[in-house]
Design a protein around this ligand. Sequence first.
Ligand code: MG
Length: 195
Amino acid sequence: MKIAIDIDEVIVEFVEKYLEFVESRGVRRVDYEDVFCYELWEVLGIEKDLVVKLFDEYNFTEYFKKHDFVEGAREGVVFLRDNHDICFITARPKDRIKETKDFIMNEFGVFGDKVLFSGDIIREGKNKDEICRELGVGVIIEDNGSSSLEYAENGLRVLLLDKPWNRRVEHERIYRCFSWDDVLDKIKEIEDENL
Ligand SMILES: [Mg+2]
């Protein structure tokens, strides 16, 4: 089965580290559990431009480079790599292409042509569901709630990793997963359905 995998907050942690980083830059502390949406300017109560500026800075810090894995993600991706046709789709900025491709290569031995860059609420570019359609991918593993809703409405099946910022999202093609084990179980279910 062809499966697309998001990177930040699906494979590696991002939000907690970003919150820590922005706090070090004088932005008020917000707890991870209180991040109620991905429009972080709404959560932090600061201008969108500042969120973007700090995000661009963050991407060049040790926080970004450290790559702390989401629990179960490393093993989960290895399993999917060995049993399915996977690609990675991220909305990381273009100046992080090399680092991101290197990370995927070093960790999973997957070549850079399987690491694709999309747009998002901050950056111009194709949506992830458009990229999936072009590649014939029917399932994506994601954590962004509002994007997932869009993808689901456009026909993609979404395995949504449960996070504080996506709790209100529901759709018949969105399967909420509470862990990576759960993700792998759901993939198996979808596979069995297709047999
Ligand atoms: Mg993500």
